[in-house]
Structures are given as structure tokens and as C-alpha cells.
Design a protein around this ligand. Structure first.
Ligand code: HEC
Length: 370
């Protein structure tokens, strides 16, 4: 997923400020013609935000079904997830939750394709569709930086699949914007996507730096990179009253093992970078999380700890998009649990959340921005 034109674009932005208004306008039009506008572009021009909250029996059913299958890790049911969500979309193409969940379902289909016995070449269509739906969700709710972060990832992914370098560049800058809007969430989201790139690329270095920065943001001080330890931060969860930090930095019904998944990926990135000793320490942080015991991927994490040194070479090797590998041999982002490491509920988790009220939670935690 190469990213070109970045320096050129940055210089042009700086120059824009220096030029007179007239020259700036000419330069701006030129950039626009080249597809390098500075605003966030999506495939759809307009959406009707007034209709965004109109729920029906069908939309409620479709979205509940989506959550059940996502938390259950039922990748095999994605066809029916898409069937119901699409029916709800046809009924009201402006229903925000439906549009967003269509985006999430398609990226799930693409991202965990290694759950399939054979990966069909048409799998890339899920990227195109995820891009479309995240684009629409962004139009409906430009105030949700999570959507912008995913939209950025999709632009970079679809741009590199279709060899459209300006789309990749556009995605990268949307990613930077999304980080600016919600650091605790999007340093991870955008950096995760870039973790696929060569360990020698500047994008990979930046993406790894962003994982460390997530910790600075989440724990409200410079994280000690020499001696990674989160013991003193764990009590912060109960006291956290900043909603953005609470949602992005700890586990929740939406992502019941967010923190364990975060450390699994960060460990993978450190391995790929060559610092496997530090990776072992960072993988180990997942074990400090109270919900760790009920996490379905404890064994996969242990395998990574045991093989950290030999994985340096393995994680650096190119991974073929259409080929299958065992999860322990590849980075989390490439694996069949690239979403489930954070989102899957074990039976114990389901029991813990038996009385959870999503409708109430999403209002209280302003999940859809209200
Ligand atoms: C490192 C953990 C992690 C990984 C990996 C991850 N997510 Fe998430 N996801 C989160 C967190 C944290 C949130 C935000 C929770 C919130 O908004 O309160 C989130 C939000 C979501 C939502 C919520 C949408 C809504 O209605 O509010 C969906 C759906 C979702 N992710 C799906 C996915 C899919 C699909 C993948 C794989 C491509 C993925 N996630 C990868 C942690 C993760």
C-alpha cells in the first residue's frame, strides 16, 4: 500500500497560506483537478440527516442482528447480516446506524477473509462497498471521528487495490484529521491499517509511534516506554469521566476486549520492528486487564509471546492478499481475528452483559453524537 505525493501535498498546503488570494485560488483549482482537494471527499454528495434517527421495526431488527453476529464472531452469517441491513437501507437510506453498520459489516468481511477456506477475488468488492457506506455515514454524521478514521482506512485500502494514488493520499490526510479529532481512538485505527506496510517504511514507523502516543493520551501522562507497566493506571477506568477516553481506552460492551486486542497488535508491531523483547513486555500488559480471563484469544497471545523472536522474520515477510495462513504466523491485522480480537464476546462475557441495554447506553455515551 504505497503512499505517494505526500511531501508535495504538504508543501503545497504551506505555500497556499503564503500566496496571495488570487494565486491561491489558481493553485487550489489545480489541486482540485488533480483530485487533491483539502476537504473530505466521499462518493456521495448529499444525505438527509433529518432522517438519520428514524427507526423502524426492520432497522431495529437488522441492527440488533448485526450486533449479535459481531459479538458472537459469526463471520459465516455475514450474508444474512448484509441481507437485513440492506433491507433496512432500502427502506431508509439515511438511517445512520444502518448505514454505519453496513460499512462495518463490509470491512469485517474484507478484514477477516482468512476465516474462509478459499478467498475469492471478489472479496475486494467489500472494500468498495465499505468505502461507499462509510462515506455516506460521514455525510450523515461528520461529527463522529470514528467514521472518519474508518473512511480514511478504506480510502487507503481501496486506493491501493485499484492503484489510485490520489485516493490513498486523500485517505492518509483524512486519517490525520480523524486523529486530530479523537486521538485515543484514531491513533490506533489509522496506525493499525498502516501496520501492514514494510517495517522499513516511514509510515510503519509513524504507525508504531502512534501506538505509544495512544498510551500517552489514554493514561494522561508520558508513558514509560522503557518499563511498560499499567498497574498504576488500572484504577483510572472507574474514575474516568471523559467519555472519549472512557470509550476508546477501556473495554466496553461495544468492544469487550478492546485493550487486550490493542496490546496484541502493538506487540505484533514491535516484533515486526525487530524489538521482540519489548514486544513480549507489551503483549504481557494484556494479562493485567481484568477481563483478560474471559478473552477467547489468550492462547493466541501466548503463542506470540513464546515465538516473539522467530516471528520477527515471519511478520516482515509479505502476506499475499488472497492466500491463507495460520493466525499465529501473521500480524493481527492480516489474521482471521483482526476485528474479533477486540469485539468477540466469550460465553462468560455474554453472561456478564446479559442485562445490557444498548438503546440506553448509546444515548448515555453519545455513541451517535447526541
Ligand atoms: C483494538 C481493538 C479494536 C479492533 C482491532 C477493532 N475495533 Fe471496532 N471498535 C473498537 C473500539 C474501542 C470502538 C469504539 C467504542 C465506542 O465507540 O464506544 C470500536 C467501534 C466499533 C463499532 C461500533 C459502531 C457503533 O455502532 O457504535 C463497530 C461496529 C466496530 N468497531 C467494528 C469493527 C470491525 C468490523 C473491525 C475490524 C475491521 C474492528 N472494529 C476492529 C475497538 C476495536
Amino acid at each position: 500500500m504505497p503512499i505517494f505525493f505526500l511531501c508535495a501535498l504538504q508543501i503545497s498546503q504551506k505555500q497556499l497560506r503564503l500566496f496571495s488570494m488570487k494565486k491561491a485560488l489558481i493553485l487550489f483549482s489545480l489541486l482540485a483537478m488533480l483530485g487533491c482537494t483539502l476537504s473530505v471527499k466521499t462518493v456521495n454528495r448529499k444525505k438527509d440527516a433529518e432522517e438519520a434517527e428514524k427507526t423502524t421495526a426492520l432497522s431495529t431488527y437488522a441492527n440488533n442482528y448485526f450486533w449479535e453476529q459481531l459479538h458472537g464472531g459469526h463471520y459465516e452469517n455475514l450474508d444474512s447480516v448484509l441481507f437485513y441491513l440492506s433491507a433496512a437501507y432500502n427502506e431508509n437510506p439515511n438511517h445512520l446506524e444502518t448505514v454505519a453498520h453496513l460499512g462495518f459489516s463490509h470491512i469485517w468481511a474484507l478484514s477477516e477473509r482468512r476465516k474462509l477456506d478459499t478467498i475469492p477475488p471478489t472479496i475486494t468488492d467489500h472494500g468498495t462497498l465499505a468505502l461507499k457506506y462509510f462515506g455516506e455515514a460521514y455525510k450523515l454524521n461528520p461529527k463522529d471521528p470514528r467514521i472518519l478514521g474508518f473512511l480514511a482506512d478504506l480510502k487507503m485500502a481501496v486506493g491501493s487495490i485499484s492503484d489510485d494514488k490520489s485516493l490513498v493520499t486523500d485517505g492518509y490526510f483524512n486519517g490525520k484529521k480523524s486523529i486530530h479529532q479523537w486521538k485515543e481512538f484514531n491513533y490506533f485505527t489509522v496506525g493499525y491499517s498502516l501496520s501492514q506496510l514494510s517495517h522499513e517504511s516511514w509510515q510503519f514507523d509513524k504507525a508504531l509511534e502512534w501506538q505509544w502516543k495512544t498510551l500517552d493520551e489514554c493514561y494522561c501522562e508520558k508513558f514509560d516506554r522503557e518499563h511498560p507497566d499499567i498497574t498504576k493506571y488500572l484504577p483510572m477506568e472507574a474514575e474516568e469521566d471523559d467519555l472519549k477516553r472512557k470509550r476508546a481506552c477501556w473495554n466496553s460492551w461495544i468492544a469487550p476486549h478492546n485493550v487486550e486486542g490493542f496490546y496484541m497488535n502493538m506487540g505484533d508491531m514491535l516484533v515486526k520492528d525487530g524489538d521482540w523483547q519489548k514486544a513480549v513486555e507489551v503483549y504481557g500488559l494484556a494479562k493485567q486487564i481484568p477481563e483478560y480471563e474471559s478473552w477467547d484469544f489468550k492462547e493466541l497471545l501466548q503463542k506470540r509471546i513464546d515465538s516473539a523472536q522467530v516471528n520477527v522474520q515471519k511478520f516482515r515477510e509479505p502476506v499475499l492478499a488472497g492466500q491463507n495462513y495460520a493466525d499465529e504466523d501473521i500480524m493481527m491485522i492480516h489474521s482471521s481475528v483482526s476485528c474479533m480480537a477486540c469485539h468477540q464476546m466469550s460465553d462468560a462475557d455474554k453472561a456478564n452483559y446479559a442485562d445490557f441495554d444498548w438503546e440506553r447506553y448509546k444515548k448515555e455515551y453519545k455513541v451517535y453524537g447526541h
